[in-house]
Design a protein around this ligand. Structure first.
Ligand SMILES: Nc1ncnc2c1ncn2[C@@H]1O[C@H](COP(=O)(O)OP(=O)(O)O)[C@@H](O)[C@H]1O
Ligand SMILES: [Mg+2]
Length: 288
């Protein structure tokens, strides 16, 4: 391997990518069995790898999308499906669409969004819509993390990674992993992605039960993403005051440096659809 880098002046990242490509390809896997062979076929392999990465592989969207960890309940969420019920929501939709339109640049520059508003106003929906739009328009730039379990022959998609995670779940799995050995590896993987992925959604921040430990965990994670200029999208049901007392004013001020704020006010969609679809209004009057 050293020869490839030293004598052939290849970059370590490229060599790694070419080796991964060769190992994942059913034909090359059985034909490249030595470093000499790899050096000889390197240019051809690299060309094939590039070609595959840039071709319109119909499975790529599904594979990459599934690595985003979108909750199944919101899997279909899109801008088209979002129906604003207030002028605030109209503005929120426009802001989110604008963010998605410059999505790649935002991600590369570490810019994020902070969606704040009452429960059920479509904050998580809008975030999923943003991700869908960014991925559709920049499919080749996004990849899927590989762990040791990748099957032979399974295509490897390289590119930026994106993770959606609820803050309550993230902290929950870290906490549980202290006393459950089988959770240590998944918790480590999840936390690693929350720290390192190019785009991370921290959903429902402020919903966790406050404690010094929680504040410390969130401080460490958000401070790291802030320093590394990694793009982060937050959603919260908390007012700013509540959030400051939940996670500390220092973290909140960092969030504001990293993000553009989006207020999402309006009716609770879940309640609304419950009343529209199944229950007589007279039985359960809506007061707001
Ligand atoms: N304005 C809207 N138009 C269409 N669907 C919506 C709207 N607001 C919310 N929903 C739907 O209502 C449910 C709750 O929305 P969600 O985004 O989870 O709310 P929040 O994150 O603000 O609590 C989801 O199924 C979502 O798709
Ligand atoms: Mg939500």
């Amino acid at each position: 391997m050293d020869a490839l880098m030293r004598l052939d002046h290849r970059s370590p990242e490229e060599v790694k990518a070419v080796i991964r490509f060769a190992q994942g390809d059913p034909f090359w896997r059985t034909n490249i069995l030595s470093v000499e062979k790899l050096r000889k076929q390197y240019d051809q392999l690299n060309a094939k790898r590039r070609q595959r990465a840039s071709s319109n592989d119909p499975n790529r969207f599904t594979a990459v999308w599934s690595s985003f960890n979108i909750p199944p309940r919101l899997a279909e969420a899109s801008f088209d499906a979002y129906q604003p019920t207030s002028s605030e929501q109209e503005k929120a939709l426009a802001k989110c669409q604008a963010f998605a339109d410059t999505g790649l640049a935002n991600v590369q520059e570490g810019k994020g969004l902070f969606l704040q508003g009452p429960v059920g106003t479509g904050k998580s929906h809008l975030v999923v819509a943003i991700l869908r739009s960014i991925l559709e328009n920049n499919l080749q730039q996004f990849g899927k993390p590989v762990n040791g379990e990748a099957l032979a022959g399974e295509p490897i998609y390289e590119g930026m990674h994106c993770l959606t995670v609820s803050v309550v779940d993230l902290l929950g799995i870290i906490r549980e992993s202290f006393s459950a050995d089988n959770l240590k590896a998944p918790a480590r993987r999840l936390l690693h992605r929350a720290r390192a992925d190019a785009l991370v959604i921290l959903d429902d921040i402020g919903a966790e039960k406050p404690s010094d430990w929680v504040e410390e965990q969130l401080y460490a994670l958000i401070d790291l993403r802030y320093r590394m200029q990694r793009s982060t999208i937050f959603t919260t049901n908390c007012t700013l005051k509540q959030l400051e007392s939940q996670i500390g004013s220092w973290v909140v001020s960092r969030i504001f440096e990293m993000c553009e704020g989006v207020k999402v006010e309006g009716r609770d969609w879940r309640k609304q659809s419950l009343f529209n679809n199944s229950v007589a209004d007279a039985d359960y009057p809506i007061n707001n």
